[in-house]
Every structure is written in structure tokens, then in C-alpha cells.
Design a protein around this ligand. Structure first.
Ligand code: NAD
Length: 265
């Protein structure tokens, strides 16, 4: 490892699982001090404990402004600064095949976590970074925020809005040397992409997960479902000084899904 993030302090929300977890592990290996924020205490605490004193767990529901402010204050107090904010926590909400069947019962929750959570994270982090030489904010959206589809309407809306606001924030915060960028992952194999209903038996859930994973593999030009580690490498680049001239971009990490014609690729 190159210790590319030596001397940096980072917050990773949704850091107990999937893309966030892979990022916490990579950031720690690259020398960063990391505060891992999540609502899954068991997984968050276990991960932090296994990575040593440079990683701390802080329970944070990102949809609650005061908890996000407390998270930022915690990082600054414990690690004496904040240079990187990765707003990654997200949920898909209840899965419905078609819009007409969608009761939209998760609307407030999905928007509260995916959109409001990232915005408040940006705001609280930027207020500190502004007075301390700048920093990097990276928001995790999705190709679902770029591509329309029949299902997951609220999720798509949350990610599309996140892309728009992130780009606007990039323009607004540039004078403080704060870079703001957005990732748009495609199909990444994580617990979030297990589409079984919550009450499914473990056997059914496993079958659904396998079937969805197989479909993900073939429905993209690279024919390989992404791994959380694939995304974490891109997060590292976008949060390091190697991307110092990049702000206001939406970067797909999608195996080529958004590159072109989905039928003839
Ligand atoms: P995941 O379910 O593995 O991890 C998400 C984490 O967020 C979990 O640890 C969960 O406990 C945490 N979380 C949920 N609600 C929270 C809250 N209110 N406050 C703080 N933490 C909370 O999912 P993942 O696939 O790693 O997703 C991470 C991000 O990547 C999400 O924003 C998701 O929308 C985005 N994304 C994922 C994919 C994919 O295919 N997996 C594709 C595109 C975008």
C-alpha cells in the first residue's frame, strides 16, 4: 500500500456493509483515520474493532440532522480534522415491480436517507472544511439516478436529485477549495441488491439473490457484476489528491451499462 491517505481524516456513512465497508477497509489500509457511521451497530463496531485505533464507529442515522452534526463534531474532536466526507449510506426502499403497484410507503424514508442525509452530510462537513483549507465530498448516487425505469421510482428520484444538488454544490463550494463529486455505481453485489421480500425464507432469499446476480452479470457490457472493492478503488481516487482537478462530475462505475445501446451491446 502507498499510504495515499496518510494524514487525512475521513467519514464514511453506511460504512458497515457493502461499498461503505470496502471503502473503510481501503481508506484504513491507505493510512487514513476513519469514522465509520452506520445504524448497524453490531457490524459497525465489529469492523472498527478489527481495523485498530485509526477506525472509530459512531452510530449515526444520516436522516437526522443533529446526528450528522454530532458525527462531524466527533471526527473533528477525535482525529483533529476532517478532510474527506463520503456520503454513501443509502437504501432502496420496498421493491415493487411496477409503479402502479407501488404504495410509495417508503417515500419519506428513502428521500430522508439517500437525499437529505447526503445533503446534511455535505453541509456539516463543508462548514468545517471552508475554514480549514478545503476538502473533498463524494456522494454515492447510482445509475438509477440517470436511467429511467419502471420500478424503484423513489430511489431513482432520490439519486437524480442528489446528482443535481451535488453538481450545484461543486460550483458553490469551489471557492473554498472543496471538491464535490458523485459516483453512479451500476450493479454491485451487496446486501442492497438482494431483492427478496423481507419476509422471504432464507432459501428463497438465497435463490433470488443468485438469480438477480446472474441477471446483473449478463446485462452489462463487461459481463461481470461489480464488487464493492471495485467501487472502493474509485472512491479512493476521487477522494485523494490524484483527482485534485476534478469537481462537479458524475462518474459511472457500471461495467459499461450507461455507455450505450442496451439491446445491441
Ligand atoms: P448496503 O446495504 O450493503 O450498505 C448500506 C449501509 O447503509 C448499511 O450498512 C446500512 O446499515 C446503512 N444505512 C442504512 N440506513 C442508514 C441510515 N439511516 N443512516 C446511516 N446508515 C444507514 O448497500 P450498498 O450496496 O453498499 O449501498 C451503498 C450505497 O451505494 C447506497 O447509497 C446505494 O444506493 C449505492 N448504490 C449501490 C448499488 C449496488 O448495486 N449495490 C448501485 C448503485 C448505488
Amino acid at each position: 500500500m502507498t499510504q495515499e491517505l496518510a494524514g487525512k481524516v475521513a467519514i464514511v456513512t453506511g460504512g458497515a456493509s457493502g461499498i461503505g465497508r470496502a471503502t473503510v477497509e481501503l481508506f484504513a489500509a491507505e493510512g487514513a483515520k476513519v469514522v465509520l457511521a452506520d445504524v448497524n451497530d453490531a457490524q459497525g463496531e465489529a469492523l472498527a474493532a478489527g481495523l485498530g485505533s485509526s477506525v472509530l464507529y459512531k452510530r449515526t442515522d444520516v436522516s437526522q440532522r443533529e446526528q450528522v452534526q454530532a458525527l462531524v463534531d466527533f471526527a473533528i474532536e477525535r482525529f483533529d480534522g476532517l478532510h474527506i466526507m463520503f456520503n454513501n449510506a443509502g437504501i432502496s426502499g420496498a421493491q415493487h415491480a411496477r409503479f402502479m403497484d407501488d404504495p410509495l410507503q417508503d417515500f419519506d424514508k428513502v428521500i430522508g436517507i439517500n437525499l437529505f442525509g447526503a445533503l446534511v452530510g455535505t453541509q456539516c462537513a463543508a462548514r468545517h472544511m471552508k475554514d480549514h483549507g478545503g476538502g473533498v465530498i463524494l456522494n454515492n448516487a447510482s445509475i438509477a439516478g440517470v436511467l429511467p425505469g419502471q420500478a424503484l421510482i423513489t430511489y431513482r428520484a432520490s439519486k437524480a436529485a442528489l446528482i443535481m444538488i451535488s453538481k450545484s454544490n461543486a460550483i458553490d463550494l469551489a471557492e473554498y477549495n472543496i471538491r464535490v463529486n458523485v459516483l453512479a455505481p451500476g450493479h454491485i453485489r451487496t446486501p442492497l441488491t438482494s431483492f427478496a421480500p423481507p419476509d422471504a425464507s432464507p432459501e428463497v432469499a438465497a435463490r433470488v439473490k443468485q438469480a438477480v446476480g446472474a441477471a446483473f452479470d449478463v446485462n452489462q457490457p463487461l459481463k461481470r457484476t461489480g464488487r464493492p472493492e471495485d467501487v472502493a478503488q474509485v472512491v479512493l481516487f476521487m477522494c485523494s489528491d490524484r483527482s485534485a482537478q476534478i469537481t462537479g462530475t458524475v462518474l459511472p462505475v457500471d461495467g459499461g451499462i450507461t455507455a450505450g445501446d442496451p439491446v445491441n451491446h
